[in-house]
Design a protein around this ligand. Structure first.
Ligand code: NG1
Length: 412
């Protein structure tokens, strides 16, 4: 059985000292995230609306005088990694956690000619492969440690673009949401993130909102089968865009040919676009297209609902998002559908899968009066029924909107 996920600063410092013989001088940390709405839109250059979690990856480290990276994990399940920094670092076998360490090293060596390595210990209280971006948090924490020891600029937005690029080393053609929110989040806020250029609009989460995260317990390893499914969705979206943009231009719906989703969505309202797409696309591509266009519209609507502290309205958009991800984008699962249904029955204003899907977590919205009932329903209606209620605090928690990543002296 895996170790307790909690990694306190003293525990991390002890692990470092036991390994390297003196206290750690530096710490980098990067939070995971829960995406409130806007799924499978980021790699299409359309907005998303996530918030950073209070759960994070923490890395205690000290610089080396050579180009080696030596990194131990507080969880013995993950073997130590040890490699030389160079512009094209050969990856470990597919699925190794060490590839998320090599990803920023390889990228920063190529982009900024970094040469100095570090040694350290990393720990995390984020469940892995659960759609909470543990992978991007790790990439960010390692990237920040490398930038720190090599004196590379770490301005959040520019660094997020680099880290999004860096993570593609592992083979997933992801968008930039996870790296951006993990680096750029503000305390107590969610952020509407738009792309090309990357921008974050911070929106305070109403005080009495409770964002519940519940893990199905089914891993969605994006280094495994889910990676191919994810990359296929991305390719389908590109093809759907190309066909619909062509059709819209030749039929006079747009004045000129749109080459990006943002141009197309900016030029024509969602309803008209869906009608054009229905004529131009075969059934599967049409469903992918409809999800992307309607989800982008829901993101902007959701930002307004949050500003208005309209819990019911925001929840309804979450439900619509889940329905669209299930029926049109085909990334839900029996467990995700069941967990969202139990959350709604327990009184949640809305619930949806969060992250890429294929397993992992759901996010549900409640307020301080309904949260107790929702949590109870989830325990009784899902976890206990599946005999899955051990370590419940790691599977089911209320997320605290938290600040983005940082790096500096260990006790700083
Ligand atoms: P997960 O699998 O939840 O970390 C992935 C992508 C995001 C985004 C979502 C779907 C990576 C690192 N993350 O998130 O960019 O596309 O799926 O909205 O590839």
């Amino acid at each position: 059985m895996r170790d307790d996920l909690t990694v306190t600063a003293p525990k991390l410092a002890d692990a470092f000292e036991a390994r390297f013989g003196s206290p750690p001088p530096f710490l980098s940390r990067a939070p995971g995230r829960v995406n409130l709405i806007g799924e499978h839109t980021d790699y299409n250059g359309l907005p998303v609306f996530p918030m950073a979690l209070h759960r994070e990856v923490r890395l205690a480290f000290r610089p080396r005088d050579d180009g080696k990276v030596v990194l131990h994990n507080t969880d013995d399940f993950f073997p130590p990694v040890d490699f030389e920094i160079e512009p094209a670092i050969p990856p470990y076998v597919r699925g190794s956690w060490g590839n998320y360490v090599k990803a920023p090293a390889s990228h920063l060596a190529r982009r900024f000619a970094i040469w100095r390595g570090f040694e350290g210990v990393v720990g995390s209280d984020l469940p892995p492969a659960a759609g909470l971006s543990s992978s991007s948090a790790l990439v960010n924490a390692v990237g920040l440690a490398l930038a720190w020891v090599n004196e590379v600029s770490r301005e959040a937005r520019a660094f997020a673009v680099e880290m999004a690029d860096a993570e593609r080393y592992v083979g997933t053609q992801g968008g930039g949401m996870d790296q951006a929110i993990s680096l750029g989040a503000r305390d107590r806020c969610a952020a509407r993130i738009s792309f090309d250029p990357l921008r974050l609009r911070h929106v305070t989460v109403p005080d009495d909102w409770c964002v519940i995260v519940a893990d199905t317990g089914v891993r969605a390893e994006k280094s495994g089968a889910a990676q191919a499914a994810y990359n296929r969705r991305r390719a389908e979206c590109e093809e759907a865009l190309r066909i619909v943009a062509g059709h819209a231009a030749t039929s006079g719906v747009t004045a000129k040919l749109a080459t990006t989703w943002a141009q197309l969505v900016g030029a024509v309202d969602a309803e008209t676009l869906v009608a054009v797409a229905e004529e131009a696309l075969e059934r599967n591509l049409f469903r992918r297209f409809r999800h992307v266009v309607t989800e982008a519209a829901r993101v902007d609507e959701a930002v307004d609902r949050m500003i208005a502290a309209d819990t019911i309205g925001f929840g309804a958009l979450m439900d619509q998002s889940h329905a669209s991800l299930r029926a049109d984008f085909l990334v839900s699962s029996v467990e995700l559908d069941e967990l969202t249904a139990v959350a709604r029955e327990g009184g949640a204003a809305g619930a949806r899968l969060t992250g890429a899907g294929f397993g992992g977590c759901i996010v549900a919205l409640a307020d301080r009066w309904t949260v107790g009932g929702v949590l109870e329903s989830l325990v009784e209606g899902y976890y206990e029924r599946r005999d899955n209620a051990d370590r419940i605090d790691d599977r089911l928690f209320v997320a605290v909107p938290s600040r983005g990543a940082s790096v500096g002296p260990f006790d700083g």
